[in-house]
Write a protein that binds this ligand. Structure first.
Ligand code: UDP
Ligand code: MG
Length: 311
């Protein structure tokens, strides 16, 4: 039987300790699936500051089916994903973290689902165990708000770990925006998608490169890239304060005509001015955010720059 080729994309940022354990674990699965699939590894070194590149050079010499790309600096995981997807030539493509938080043994079930006719098999964490409560809270909030304001559905707890057919990847690559928010892009392209749940795992080694602030920035990016809700917020705030001011004017005029006299209201006046000023600045800020995205988008800069590549 003709075996299908599976390209595995692994973005790596400071993963010197995890690459070998990752390969060892995945190669077990490779052996188990050898009758159906040929594995091909594409590691993307995202400007790591440790010995990641050195390790990658070594493993690519040791194994014929291990390749790597190395960026000229840190471009972020999204860029790593894109570079990997552009490089991959498999019939099936998957994206995995280097830290073994994405269990390689799931590939067997995921492949099964593809055989059943799905185009994309994603994975989602069944729970958020081992995560700080405050982070879980904000993550839940993000998905809740996102699902109510964006047409693009984003599944709570969905990982980037997913198995896709060639057709899906080709569609993803047709989206040539520079600001790439994968969670949105993956779901935007559609197709038959199913999710397999799994228990959250700790990293085998190394440290997560996310902190609270970077996650917050990431989620704001998600909103800006996949929804117009913040702009609508500005419009609604404007409409609301417009109607309030009409009521205010009516109140003042009627009062003048009936009771007479003016109100000695310095404090209330200042409060109102501050409030309106605040709303205006907020609206300007929101517009500015979108403008900045448009600015970046029109420059058409490359998403990443490759400095070195395995043969
Ligand atoms: N990563 C990357 N570039 C970055 C940050 C992270 O390529 O700027 C990679 C990282 O090496 C790992 C994956 O993205 O393979 C997920 O990162 P991490 O484990 O830090 O995120 P978490 O699992 O905590 O969400
Ligand atoms: Mg991780």
């Amino acid at each position: 039987m003709n075996r299908q080729k599976l390209s595995i994309i692994i973005p790596c940022y400071n993963e010197e300790e995890t690459i070998r354990p990752f390969l060892a674990a995945t190669q077990d699965i490779e052996a188990a699936m050898a009758d159906k699939l040929v594995f091909d590894y594409i590691f993307v070194n995202d400007g790591s500051k440790d010995a990641t590149l050195k390790v990658l050079r070594q493993v690519s010499k040791e194994y014929d089916n291990v390749h790597y790309l190395s960026f000229s600096r840190n471009f972020g995981k999204e860029a790593g994903l894109l570079a990997g997807l552009e490089e991959a030539d498999g019939d099936l493509i998957t994206v995995m973290d280097a830290d073994l938080q994405d269990p390689p043994e799931m590939l067997i079930d995921m492949y099964q689902k593809i055989q059943e006719g799905y185009d994309v098999v994603g994975t989602r964490r069944a729970d958020r165990k081992g995560e700080p409560a405050i982070r879980s809270f904000f993550a839940k909030m993000f998905y809740k708000i996102m699902s109510s304001v964006s047409d693009t559905e984003m599944v709570d707890g969905a990982r980037d770990f997913r198995l896709m057919t060639r057709q899906v990847v080709d569609s993803i690559l047709q989206l040539n925006e520079v600001n790439r928010f994968s969670k949105g892009i993956f779901s935007w392209v559609g197709f038959n998608v199913t999710y397999l749940p799994y228990e959250n795992r700790e990293r085998v080694a190394g440290e997560t490169s996310w902190n609270f602030l970077s996650l917050l920035r990431y989620s704001i990016d998600g909103f800006i890239n996949f929804s117009e809700a913040p702009l609508n917020l500005a419009i609604w705030a404007g409409i609301l304060s417009f109607f309030l001011s009409i009521l205010g004017i009516a109140f003042v005029v009627i009062r003048k005509l009936t009771i007479g006299g003016s109100i000695a209201g310095w404090a209330s006046l200042v409060t109102i001015i501050l409030f309106i000023g605040g709303v205006q600045l907020l609206a300007l800020g929101i517009i500015g955010k979108y403008l900045a995205k448009i600015f970046l988008e029109t420059k058409k800069r490359p998403v990443y720059i490759i400095k070195e590549k395995s043969e």
